[in-house]
Design a protein around this ligand. Structure first.
Ligand code: ADP
Ligand code: MG
Length: 239
């Protein structure tokens, strides 16, 4: 775990849960129900990675792979403005790529090797969401084995990019809300143990009152247990 760098989420509570923020050389999964804040966190981290180290960033660029069409430049603008950053700069430092199906998503990640070796200022790769095309194209139990195999290969490729190029990789995964999920085995809710054996940090997100959200780290021996509350605001992720 040497030489790991951190990107602030914008919430001190969430950063505290993560011992400083999202790590480079690591794949971090945000999973949770619709509206739990996964996409907002991906937007915020794409802006925050650009901040200087003393403000919680890495003075870096982001690659944003959007599989669901939920990326909004307007959110980036609002978040950049709230931090007093130059909006055009911030937008130029995000490589936005829309992935239309699994083959495309896999091909994009295949090609990233070249991009990140050419541009070492890339410090964050987002895949929001990593699972939606796989679920749509390989539905049901009968396709589970093939889906797992393809998805695992894709995830290991992302993990390697993180490790080799000192990049923070964030993936998201939408799961159903279940009352017992937070205290039961969350992997069961993922629809098979899809992401279970992949290395990295898993953060479960849950809706709370109004704009409040709850985050919990799952299965990370080096991080303290417990939950924190953060807020989704017009300006971005806050306490
Ligand atoms: P997920 O990706 O987990 O489905 P999102 O990250 O898209 O969820 O979160 C959606 C929520 O983010 C909305 O319900 C709202 O609470 C908040 N949100 C989105 N845009 C804004 C905004 N412009 N101002 C304030 N809150 C917003
Ligand atoms: Mg989303």
């Amino acid at each position: 775990r040497m030489n790991v760098k951190k990107i602030s989420t914008g919430s001190q509570a969430l950063d505290g849960l993560l011992a400083g923020g999202i790590e480079t050389r690591t794949m971090t999964e945000f999973f949770g129900e619709f509206g739990s804040g996964k996409t907002q966190l991906c937007h915020q981290l794409s802006v925050n990675v650009q901040l200087p180290p003393e403000k919680g960033g890495l003075s870096g660029k982001a690659v944003y792979i959007d599989t669901e069409g939920t990326f909004r430049w307007e959110r980036i603008e609002n978040m950049a403005k709230a931090l007093g950053l130059d909006i055009d700069n911030v937008m130029n430092n995000i490589y936005y790529i829309r992935a239309i199906n699994t083959d495309h998503q896999i091909a994009i990640v295949d090609d990233l090797q070249e991009l990140v070796s050419k541009d070492p200022s890339i410090k964050l790769i987002v895949v929001d969401s990593v699972t939606s095309h796989f679920r749509a194209e390989y539905p049901g139990r009968e396709n589970l084995a093939v889906r797992q195999q393809k998805l695992n290969k894709h995830l290991h490729q992302l993990t390697r990019l993180a490790e080799v190029y000192d990049i923070a990789v964030i993936i998201t995964n939408q799961v159903m809300a279940r009352p017992d999920m937070f205290y039961g085995d969350p992997t069961v809710a993922v629809g098979g143990h899809t992401l279970y054996h992949v290395p990295g940090i898993r953060i479960q997100l849950k809706k709370s009152r109004g704009n409040r959200r709850i985050a919990r780290v799952v299965d990370a021996p080096h991080l303290p247990e417990g939950e924190v509350v953060f807020a989704l605001t017009e300006e971005g992720i806050r306490d």
